[in-house]
Design a protein around this ligand. Structure first.
Ligand code: SF4
Ligand code: SF4
Ligand code: F3S
Length: 370
């Protein structure tokens, strides 16, 4: 234990990180993962291992927003600690090498670390016209993903684009873009949807992997339950206004200035799942709804197509928020919801669900259409 502490101390000292900061980071990660503090010592010890797993970060049809989200964290948490936890060998944005030298590194990792390395994918994979719409070093994104993801211990698909094609795949999808799990079926993949992904959640997944040598529990879209298991509406700080029938009806009106509910401005919080009300963004300072804009459910499947128009309200459905649980929210449900199906039609689409725990959900108030 003493020598392990020494190794950890030295590795972190190089980055100017104190042990106190590391323990605080691990404690925050456990909170994000909803794991008890009794795992703290194990987590701190795991991140101090001398042999760090190799990680490669691939970028395909993307805007680099997910890389930015990971790298621009201003406190030492993600950018410093997590980058130091892994042997980060390939990332086109931040690596010094380029051209043949860079691709040789990737080839070496696939060959020498086969079955042991982690791969993060950012961006969609175009499958139309033999993948000609995204090529790197003479190989299509499809070929690279097939080789690199297929030989990895696990693939982490960050952001909406890598999850299900995101913006690139939105109608009419001229490049035939797909998410990683569709383009490379059958691999071990964890999806960190959102546009961008939330770096704190991705960091938590990496630490979970380092600590327990496994991925956390996943939902039906292979997303970690700790991050995508709850409806945003149920975690929202404006929920009391929704329940009381206090709504913003115009940008800049009195309700908007007072922080009332954004449901009537098109907020998709009632049909989106994500932990952004809790984990938040920009070093835990805020999130879209706190900033005064409705949620567009950016972590939902095919949200560009299924959640737009973004400023149209989700139709008032009797019982909404009571019968629907995070597990049932999917493409069919939200797509039809935004299209404005009748309450009767919607309820028919929802699988029968057990009665919720009394404290888990709140009955919405009536009369929201006024
Ligand atoms: Fe950019 Fe959003 Fe795609 Fe990430 S998910 S690469 S932020 S468009
Ligand atoms: Fe919050 Fe949106 Fe739900 Fe209103 S509708 S309580 S703003 S999530
Ligand atoms: Fe995305 Fe809505 Fe959160 S837009 S960041 S899921 S509040």
């Amino acid at each position: 234990m003493l020598s392990q502490d020494l190794e950890l101390k030295q590795a972190l000292a190089k980055r100017g990180i104190t042990r106190r900061q590391l323990v605080k980071f691990c404690s925050g990660v456990l909170a994000t993962l909803a794991l008890p503090e009794r795992y703290l010592a194990q987590t701190v010890a795991a991140v101090g291992k001398a042999r760090k797993p190799v990680l490669v970060w691939l970028q395909f049809q993307d805007c680099t927003g997910c890389s930015e989200s990971m790298l621009r964290s201003s406190h030492p948490d993600v950018a410093d600690v997590v980058l130091d936890l892994l042997s980060w060998e390939y990332h086109e944005v931040i690596m010094a090498g380029a051209g043949g030298h860079a691709t040789a590194i990737l080839d070496r990792v696939v060959k020498e670390e086969k079955g042991k390395y982690l791969v993060v994918v950012e961006g969609a994979i175009p499958t139309g016209d033999d993948g000609v719409y995204c090529t790197i070093g003479g190989h299509s994104a499809m070929e690279i993903a097939e080789t690199v993801c297929r030989n990895a211990a696990a693939t982490i698909a960050v952001g909406a684009c890598a999850f299900d094609g995101g913006l690139v795949r939105s109608n009419p999808n001229p490049t035939g873009a797909l998410g990683v799990h569709e383009a490379v079926p059958g691999i071990k993949v964890i999806n960190m949807s959102g546009c961008p992904h939330n770096a704190a959640n991705t960091a938590a997944v990496l630490v979970h992997y380092l600590t327990f040598n496994d991925l956390p529990a996943l939902d039906q879209y292979n997303r970690p339950l700790f991050a995508y298991g709850r409806i945003i509406h149920d975690q929202c700080e404006r929920r009391a206004h929704y329940d009381a029938g206090r709504f913003v009806t115009e940008w800049g009106d009195e309700g908007h200035r007072k922080g009332w509910c954004l449901y009537k401005m098109g907020c998709k919080g009632p049909v989106g799942t994500f932990n952004c009300p809790i984990v938040q963004w920009n070093d835990h300072t805020s999130w879209p709804v706190r900033a005064g804009h409705g949620c567009i459910a950016c972590a939902a499947p095919r949200f560009w197509d299924h959640m737009s128009p973004f400023y149209e309200r989700v139709p008032n459905v009797p019982g909404f928020g009571v019968e629907v649980t995070a597990g049932e929210i999917g493409v069919g449900l939200v797509g039809a919801t935004i299209a404005g199906v009748t309450a009767h039609g919607l309820i028919k689409m929802i699988k029968p669900v057990p009665k919720p725990e009394p404290a888990a959900e709140t009955t919405p108030q009536q009369g929201r259409e006024n």
